[in-house]
Design a protein around this ligand. Structure first.
Ligand SMILES: O=C([O-])CC(=O)C(=O)O
Ligand SMILES: [Mg+2]
Length: 625
């Protein structure tokens, strides 16, 4: 229970600086007066409240911020800056659900509430927008059509990316509506492969903060740094230290593009509201000489800190996150180098709600593809022989999850055991060392070849031909990202196997015509998994990630693949149904959390799929009254 009272308001002089002309202040039928956030410039306009149909309770107040939570879904309505003149309690509902927005010019500049030309006549009148917009009023659908048209004019993918980022910064709901309604076309822009190029050029294209940078300079002050971020009710953080960005290597501080991209997928594909998502880049330096010499590099100009110095900053971050956002904050580790990725997961897996997307998310998506391959081809995973090129996070993560499913050993040659990094050792396999991949294929005779090497074009013609001579339906996964690092292309896999390969890749490839058939390559990308996994964890209030949840997510994803999909060569359902798919994944993950006693949101909802769907963020505009 808490009270919203005038003294909190008065104690923060910045918030009553007199910059609110009275005529602009709105007191709506709730008993809460909106007075603005302490770190937003209020000189350009006042704040008002928009109302929605649902009832809500005010849940928490911190630093002058209050969260309004829809009691039905438990999902926050996203109120960030509410000061009360009256009191409200957790058990005393405040109706209706309220959202605070700026009015006038600052409303058009506020990406969370701006609707551009879609503001109605009534809204233009009541919110001081007259004259600030041209006369026409258009629908959100027409805005989407226009944006798509504009984006298609750009020939260069990076230009499309920048146009999308610009839109996100200008009109968040339109950005998400555009992305959700055109996910297959735009995913390759906001995500792999284009996001890889964006990271490589992040210093040049950087314009506004899209997340929080925590550098060695912030040691001792990480909590303060986190509190500078304007949103307070964070539910999920994607964090990188930039050392292994996709298959592109160490991009240091420029890795920020990845958490930003991943989190826009959390919203678009998994329905987590954008204000609950926080991208974080931890900058401990970079060993990339080119970047250190690049005048546009935006990070610390030093070699990477390692050992204790690194561990201390990471530990301060992990501690601060929990302190600031509570036990149920989800932290996704992304694109850390092998040596840190495994250690961090082990260290924090028992104290925080964490998972590593490259180890566990990728493993889950690959397992899903293999489960659907077995379903449609016949046979069982236990009968397969797997060969991995690349024994890093993804390779060993996949092996571990498959082994969990079938208790089978991996294939790293054990004579190298002594020199192997610890995470590779369980997968060492008794075999003569082989130098060339094609020799390994011929010696081991795998039915499934999985590339997670980060090395482009390593599945050569000889390798694919060897797989095709050994198997009627060779299963080939080229998982490294972006496209330039893919172990082979879809065209190569289909051509060299005479159309027999069951192929999937981490980055998208266009459908490929071979003979009388058109093959649609599946995209074995963790983007299928993490948004639904995250939603399931959040909606159940899970406090830990368990391997069984990753298995459940894989099964749920595989369960969405139809015979029709498989007949086209697809091991995965199309991305255009991703929100439905994510709801199913979320439901299964949440069910596991409840079953394992790791869920704290009790009692469990009856229909978890429906519940997951009801929790999802909608990009449709609200009416401001
Ligand atoms: O970001 C992606 O497309 C998949 C992924 O996690 C990686 O390649 O590191
Ligand atoms: Mg990754």
């Amino acid at each position: 229970m808490f009270s919203l009272n005038r003294s909190a308001f008065l104690n923060n002089p910045a918030s009553i600086s007199g910059s609110f002309p009275d005529k602009h202040r709105r007191i709506l039928p709730t008993r809460v007066v909106v007075a603005g956030s302490s770190n937003r410039d209020k000189s350009n306009g006042s704040l008002l409240m928009a109302t929605d149909e649902s009832t809500a309770t005010l849940k928490e107040m911190r630093d002058g911020y209050a969260e309004v939570v829809d009691p039905k879904s438990g999902v926050s309505g996203g109120v960030q800056d509410v000061y009360g003149e009256d009191t409200a309690t957790e058990d005393q509902p405040v109706t209706p659900w309220s959202v605070s927005v700026a009015s006038g010019y600052s409303l058009l500049r506020d990406p969370h509430h701006n609707k551009g030309l879609a503001f109605s006549e009534k809204e233009r009148n009541s919110h001081y927008l007259r004259g600030l917009l041209p006369p026409t009023v258009i629908s959100q659908e027409l805005q989407v059509k226009k944006m798509l048209h504009n984006i298609r004019q750009y020939q260069v993918p990076l230009q499309k990316y920048m146009a999308m980022m610009d839109l996100q910064e200008r009109n968040q709901k339109l950005f998400y509506k555009l992305l959700i309604d055109n996910v297959e076309e735009l995913l390759p822009i906001v995500y792999t492969p284009t996001v890889g190029e964006a990271c490589q050029k992040y210093g040049s294209i950087y314009s506004r903060p899209q997340g929080v940078f925590i550098s060695l300079k912030d040691k001792g002050k990480v909590l303060e740094v986190l509190r500078n971020w304007p949103e307070k009710n964070i539910q999920v953080i994607v964090v990188t230290d930039g050392e292994r960005i996709l298959g592109l290597g160490d991009l240091g501080c420029h890795g920020m593009g990845i958490p930003v991209g991943k989190l826009s997928l959390y919203t678009a594909l998994g329905g987590i509201r954008p204000s609950a998502c926080l991208p974080v880049t931890i900058d401990v330096g970079t060993n990339n000489e080119k970047l250190l010499d690049d005048e546009f590099y935006i990070g610390l100009r030093q070699k990477r800190a390692i050992g204790q110095e690194y561990a201390e900053l990471l530990h301060e971050f992990m501690t601060a996150v929990k302190q600031n956002y509570g036990e149920r904050i989800l932290i996704q580790f992304e694109d850390f180098a092998n040596h840190n990725a495994f250690d961090l997961l082990e260290k924090y897996g028992t104290t925080h709600l964490v998972f590593n997307d490259d180890i566990q998310g990728t493993a889950s998506v690959v397992l899903a593809g293999l489960i659907s391959a077995m379903k449609f081809l016949g046979g069982s995973l236990a009968d397969q022989r797997f060969l991995f090129l690349g024994a890093g996070e993804a390779g060993t993560g996949i092996a571990e999850l498959i082994a969990l499913e079938i208790s089978k050993q991996g294939l790293i040659v054990s004579s190298r055991l002594e020199s192997l990094q610890h995470f590779k050792k369980p997968w060492a396999h008794e075999h003569e060392p082989v130098k060339e991949l094609v020799d390994a294929v011929n010696a081991i005779k795998p039915t499934i070849l999985i590339g997670t090497s980060g090395q482009g074009r390593t599945f050569t013609k000889e390798v694919v031909e060897a797989m095709a001579s050994l198997n009627e339906k060779p299963i080939i996964f080229s998982l490294s990202n972006p496209t330039s690092q893919s172990e082979c292309t879809a065209e190569e896999a289909y051509t060299w196997s005479q159309g027999r390969a069951i192929f999937a890749s981490g980055s998208p490839f266009d459908p490929f015509e071979y003979g009388d058939n058109v093959f649609v390559p599946g995209q074995a990308n963790n983007a299928y998994i993490f948004p639904g996994l995250g939603l399931g964890l959040i909606m159940s209030g899970a406090i830990r990630v368990h391997d069984d949840m990753l298995l459940a997510a894989a099964e749920a994803l595989a369960g969405q693949v139809t015979q029709e999909n498989f007949d086209k060569g697809l091991l995965y359902p199309p991305f255009k149904n991703i929100r439905k798919i994510s709801a199913h994944i979320a439901a299964e993950v949440a069910a596991k959390a409840y079953e394992l006693g790791l869920a704290t949101r009790l009692p469990p909802p009856k229909d978890l799929v429906k519940y997951a769907e009801s929790c999802m963020y909608s990009p449709a505009y609200r009416t401001y009254r």
